[in-house]
Ligand binder design. Structure first.
Ligand SMILES: Nc1ncnc2c1ncn2[C@@H]1O[C@H](COP(=O)(O)OP(=O)(O)O)[C@@H](O)[C@H]1O
Ligand SMILES: [Mg+2]
Length: 478
């Protein structure tokens, strides 16, 4: 079916939530290369009759009317998710002081070719799982033995096993973040509490939440809300920025987040939205995320599959979702490009910029401003030869290495703002001083020259530059 370890475990947690569990504990034991997984919850539990039904493939399928908490749908999750990772699935459950234990064992089934024989009352899992299960009035344990991760011969070593568990943790922190954040659910993996990961970074002051839109569609109201996440500059450090990107990273995790009953089904991607061609997850719109809550009964219209891995917006909602997504994307691109926009930086708004960006013209999209003080000054100095300067500027504009810059920024991120380090600031002051003296040598008076330098990017954003320029002894021969 195409489950991964993390999506398979998430399906088990779905069942625990549906059974109104408040606490779920996952234990993954390495067990010297024969891993055993167990999940114990404190939900309602099952009696024997119910368990037989629970272990039947397609037992309670999509046509069943389900309770509000019930995240299930196809009546397959428990079985398909488990047997995608292991060859022996045991369910032990307590309800009304009765314990029931049943297993599907693929090796047993293979031997008994003629019958679908469920094994009853034969517990081979870790004893401490039964102890934990028995500590409450009701609950369910799911145990995976003969874990092969759905592979033929390729087995993880201990290191990759531990890495896989980290993936599981990040996945569960994301998928169930709305449960974990409200303490409706606590979730532990090998004793460690799983903390919610909010894709919309609502706790960050620089996140821009857009108004929620209510859309009429299949199954009732769909609620959609865009969020523009903060620019990289607004994070305290790189680690924080990486975490905010999510398990799959910033680019992959842009787009629509589809929830059903607060459970995240789809984490990002534009799901076929787009004007001429479907949008791809491009770097420039990586800060755009849209939360979409669909009605519980609408997953058929969203074409959500059993693995909860793909979806397509229903045609009746497409136009409006497109409009919402377009808005978020364009805002996100603005934040991405104007790095640090909105930061309380000392940048005079009338700072003179050397580069002008012309959105429409393609041959000279990036132009050098002819009214920049320095350009004008050089032009005047050159006099009759000013056309030479025009040649140089024209050439520079035509040969901006756009692709190279793009690649470098994609690979390494944008260059650090020099203002942010002491060394960088010092260098800017030195450069400004050198420029000041050069300009004066060209015949500009001190006051005018200082004003010129102070008004130019990047010097315009250096704090206290005026004081420093005045203080430095500058000698120019008359
Ligand atoms: N942790 C659990 N606690 C109580 N009942 C469970 C649990 N897991 C599974 N079940 C029962 O098993 C049934 C089948 O589960 P599953 O195969 O995941 O299909 P679905 O979740 O779509 O119903 C559930 O509907 C539920 O009745
Ligand atoms: Mg289920």
């Amino acid at each position: 079916v195409g489950y991964s370890l993390e999506t398979a475990i998430a399906d088990l947690v779905d069942n625990s939530i549906a059974a109104r569990a408040k606490h779920v504990e996952v234990v993954a034991a390495w067990n010297r290369g024969e891993p055993v997984f167990s999940l114990v919850d404190d939900g309602e539990g099952m009696n024997a009759e119910r368990m037989v039904e629970a272990l039947r493939f397609g037992g309670s399928g999509p046509d069943l009317d389900r309770a509000e908490e019930d995240l299930g749908r196809f009546g397959l999750g428990l079985k398909t998710a488990s047997l995608s990772q292991c060859r022996r699935l045991t369910v032990a459950s307590i309800r009304e002081s009765q314990i029931s234990v049943m297993s599907w064992d693929l090796d047993h089934l293979r031997k008994r070719r003629d019958a679908w024989e469920l094994i009853e009352g034969e517990y081979t899992g870790p004893p401490e799982v039964l102890t934990r299960l028995s500590s409450g009035p009701s609950g369910t344990a799911v145990i995976w033995e003969k874990v092969d991760f759905g592979r033929d011969t390729d087995r993880p070593d201990r290191e990759s096993f531990l890495r896989d568990l980290e993936v599981v943790e990040r996945h569960l922190a994301m998928v169930f973040h709305r449960f974990l954040a409200t303490a409706r659910l606590t979730l532990k993996i090998n004793g460690a509490m799983v903390e919610a990961w909010d894709p919309f970074l609502q706790s960050h002051e620089a996140t821009i939440p857009l108004p929620e839109q209510r859309l009429k569609g299949p199954g009732g109201i769909t609620r959609a809300r865009g969020f523009v996440l903060p620019h990289r500059d607004r994070f305290r450090n790189d680690a924080e920025f990486q975490v905010a990107g999510g398990p799959e990273g910033w680019n992959s995790q842009q787009g629509l987040y589809i929830y059903r009953k607060k459970r995240l089904l789809i984490a990002g991607g534009w799901l076929g939205l787009g004007r001429k061609a479907a949008w791809t997850r491009d770097e420039a719109s990586r800060l755009a995320r849209v939360r979409v809550d669909i009605p519980a009964s609408a997953d058929r219209d969203w074409r959500i599959d059993i693995r909860k891995a793909v979806a397509r917006p229903p045609d009746t909602l497409r136009k409006e979702l497109q409009r919402i997504a377009e808005d978020v994307r364009s805002r996100a691109r603005a934040v991405f490009i104007h790095r640090g926009a909105g930061t309380p930086r000392v940048r005079a708004d009338n700072a003179k910029r050397l580069w002008e960006i012309h959105p429409e013209r393609d041959s000279k999209r990036y132009g050098i401003s002819r009214s920049h003080d320095l350009v004008e000054l050089i032009g005047k100095k050159l006099g009759r030869d000013a056309a030479l300067l025009e040649c140089l500027l024209d050439l520079a504009e035509r040969t901006v290495p756009i692709e190279r810059v793009w690649l470098d920024v994609t690979d390494r991120g944008p260059p650090l703002d020099p203002i942010k380090t002491e060394d960088g600031k010092r260098e800017l002051v030195d450069d400004a001083t050198a420029m000041l003296s050069t300009i004066m040598k060209a015949g500009v008076a001190l006051e005018a020259a200082i004003q010129m330098v102070l008004s130019m990017e990047p010097f315009s954003s250096v704090p206290d530059l005026a004081k420093k320029l005045n203080r430095k002894p500058i000698r120019v021969k008359a």
